[in-house]
Ligand binder design. Structure first.
Ligand code: C2E
Ligand code: MG
Ligand code: MG
Length: 687
């Protein structure tokens, strides 16, 4: 007992609760700390309160049984934690108990003793911590962003659950690997540098995006934001937040690709072509090595697109684009820059031999394109401009290449043309011509010459062809060959044509009155004019204003017009014809397999081109052609006029072939109205 007594002060003064109980659990001794812990007033009070038979000190009534079971089975209880009721009744505390049995030499349990510690504060702290952790886990596992703690060289020390969603690996698997292991090789250099800046506390604090390989083998775009928390013991590394931005990144990328590529052909878009060319030219790329721009325009695209529909048109564009792409090397820029216009920028071998390359483009695109059962012969015209020879500016190079292409078109189509300064001069002239033409329309500078059509046997005047002239203030009288084509291209021909009508219709009305004869007025109409739906109405208004019957007017159209004119244009001609105007096919025999058109398109008369008349009566071929035209026209009941009759022998021959009406220098050149009158063409006497 002395030994016990030796420790009694210690027992009493222990800062934690200490006690001794009978084997049955009756409290024998409780030290002051235990009394305090129980909020009891005295040791006796505590005894009453804690004793087994005194009821439930443990909140969970099964705890006492568990405690005893553990104690008697193993002889001791270590850190047995329970919630207990205090003597004051209302309050509860958490305690941690250690206890052991004390036995006699025979092994009989004498009593047990132990300590009780109030762990309420610790417990609360722990609970708060647990809650915080659970919350953190819930948040991070559900979050689209993952947190990673890593060493300065990227070794992962901790990864939150969400890495699983982001990259398909468990957080545990990620620990020990390196942050850069999953990164796309192309993104490595930039991100390693960024990471190094974080470690030096020099980073911008901005998110950066890199591609990481997901466990499923796809690339994900992760935005990462890193900060240095090595100083913070709780972290001890760099913190990286990862956020999956694949969706937005892809969307942005898609938008950019839409702008950068032509959606139909997948080639580079015009805007992107310009940007890239400007960049490459600026990078003095072009100055060191020659480069070139090829401008490519399909020749017969419009025809196929209009007659077979847009789907076919699209297929032709796609097929042409594919051929171009295959012909070009990967570093050559191939763009679609307009409806049926393509462009190639190259600084490679092809730029050193631009003509050879242009020729191969022409050759490649001249192979027929098969769509369904139909073969389309879509050839191409190509223009080339070279840098630095022609220019070093993108805008200029493209314009020059375009001009050269235009020249190729004018030559024969299905060919190429290399830009020269002469071309540029002509182009400038052309643009001046356009400006001048617009002025000329406003200032009514157009006048009309009249060329008689006569009965070659009797010399009688049958009618006149109105031929436009431009009374240019500086250049004098300008022939139509010099401006009609440009006027057509610029959409000015309708305005000019209208001025011709406004001059010629009153003129013929006057001459009909003077002579009392049914003279006819022949007017030339181009395809572009047939797009004007109001043309028919305008003509009839003019005719009725001047009291003229519809058959007084003859509309001369060329075969090429019938080919080029839209369905509406042809309908308009048919409509005018139905109302009594005469439609005459001009320049018959030039260029096209014309006779077929006589069957397809009903006309009232034909004009034999002066090219055939020229060979009469010596060229056997011309004679044969003229003869067959005449007999065909006769069979179809068409009127015939021979153009370009210059010499008497031609007249004789034509008459012998039964072609009566003629027009040409033999009878008169085109004349202004006053000369026409003074030369006596209105005299009733025959010529
Ligand atoms: P076209 O309709 O075939 O007109 C006949 C052309 O042949 C006229 O040329 C005329 O001067 C010329 N010519 C007439 N007889 C002879 C001859 O014996 N020998 C030769 N060598 N030439 C002769 P021009 O007046 O220069 O007109 C050229 C073309 O311009 C016309 O060819 C016509 O297609 C077009 N054109 C003229 N006026 C108009 C117009 O008002 N509107 C439209 N759209 N085109 C017009
Ligand atoms: Mg004519
Ligand atoms: Mg003609």
């Amino acid at each position: 007992m002395t030994a016990h007594e030796d420790f009694s002060t210690l027992f009493e003064r222990l800062p934690i609760g200490a006690y001794r109980c009978t084997a049955e659990g009756k409290l024998l001794r409780a030290n002051a700390a235990l009394v305090r812990l129980c909020r009891a007033t005295s040791e006796d009070h505590a005894r009453i309160f804690v004793n087994e038979d005194q009821g439930d000190w443990y909140l969970d009534t099964s705890r006492r049984e568990q405690f005893r079971k553990a104690l008697f089975e193993t002889g001791e209880v270590v850190r047995f934690e329970s919630e207990v009721r205090l003597a004051t009744g209302a309050e509860t505390r958490w305690i941690s108990e250690n206890a052991h049995l004390v036995k006699d030499s025979a092994g009989k349990v004498l009593y047990y003793e132990g300590t009780i510690e109030d762990i309420t504060e610790q417990r609360h702290a722990q609970q708060a911590l647990d809650l915080a952790f659970r919350r953190y886990q819930a948040l991070t596992s559900k979050s689209q962003s993952a947190s990673i703690v890593c060493s300065a060289d990227g070794q992962i020390l901790f990864a939150s659950e969400a890495v699983n969603t982001l990259l398909g690996y468990s957080a545990n698997d990620m620990v020990g690997t390196n942050l850069f292991d999953t990164m796309h090789p192309e993104d490595l250099a930039e991100h390693r540098a960024e990471f190094a800046r974080v470690a030096l506390n020099e980073n911008s604090g901005q998110e950066s995006v890199a591609r990481h390989l997901h466990a499923d083998g796809t690339w994900r775009f992760l935005a990462s934001l890193a900060s240095d928390a090595r100083e913070d013991d709780a972290v001890g590394g760099l913190i990286v937040y990862w956020r999956d931005v694949t969706e937005t990144h892809m969307a942005r990328l898609r938008l950019r690709t839409i702008a950068e590529t032509d959606s139909l052909t997948g080639l580079v878009s015009r805007a992107q072509f310009e940007r890239t060319c400007v960049e490459r030219l600026e990078a003095r790329f072009a100055l060191e090595t020659p480069s070139a721009i090829f401008f490519i325009d399909l020749d017969n695209f419009k025809f196929a697109n209009d007659s077979y529909g847009h789907w076919v048109g699209d297929q032709i564009l796609i097929a042409s684009a594919r051929r171009l792409r295959e012909l070009c090397q990967s570093d050559e820029l191939v763009a679609r820059i307009g409806g049926d216009e393509f462009a190639v920028f190259t600084a490679g071998e092809h730029a050193k031999h631009p003509e050879a390359f242009a020729a191969s483009i022409v050759r490649l695109l001249s192979h027929p394109i098969k769509i369904g059962a139909i073969q389309f012969e879509v050839s191409a015209s190509v223009g080339v401009a070279c840098c630095p020879r022609d220019s070093q500016q993108f805008d200029e190079l493209l314009r020059f290449a375009d001009q050269a292409m235009f020249e190729a078109k004018a030559q024969s189509r299905n060919t190429y043309c290399v830009f020269t300064l002469e071309l540029e001069r002509r182009a400038r002239e052309q643009s001046n011509l356009i400006t001048d033409l617009r002025h000329a329309i406003n200032l009514n500078e157009f006048i009309v010459f009249y060329q008689p059509q006569v009965d070659m046997a009797s010399g009688e005047l049958l009618g006149v062809e109105a031929l436009v002239r431009w009374n240019h203030p500086a250049r004098g009288i300008v022939a139509p060959d010099e401006f009609i084509r440009v006027a057509e291209e610029q959409g000015l021909i309708s305005a000019i044509g209208l001025q011709v009508l406004q001059i010629a219709v009153p003129q013929i009305a006057k001459w009909r009155k003077v002579t009392g004869r049914a003279l006819r007025l022949a007017i030339n109409v181009s395809a572009r004019q047939l797009r004007d739906r109001t043309l028919g109405a305008k003509l009839f208004e003019l005719l009725s204003q001047h009291d003229l019957p519809p058959e007084a007017l003859e509309i001369e159209v060329t075969e090429s017009i019938l080919i080029e004119a839209s369905r509406e244009g042809r309908d308009l001609l048919a409509e005018m014809r139905a109302l009594g105007l005469r439609i005459v096919l001009d320049d018959l025999g030039v260029g096209y397999s014309s006779m077929a058109y006589l069957r397809q398109f009903p006309v009232d008369g034909v004009k034999i081109d002066r090219g055939f008349v020229e060979g009469l009566p010596f060229s056997a071929v011309d004679m044969a052609i003229v003869r067959s035209i005449i007999s065909l026209a006769r069979e179809l009941n068409l009127s015939i006029v021979a153009e370009g009759v210059e010499v008497a022998a031609q007249r004789t021959h034509l008459l012998s072939e039964n072609c009566i009406t003629g027009q040409g220098f033999l009878f008169a050149r085109p004349l202004p109205a006053d000369l026409f009158e003074t030369q006596g063409w209105l005299d009733t006497s025959l010529h």
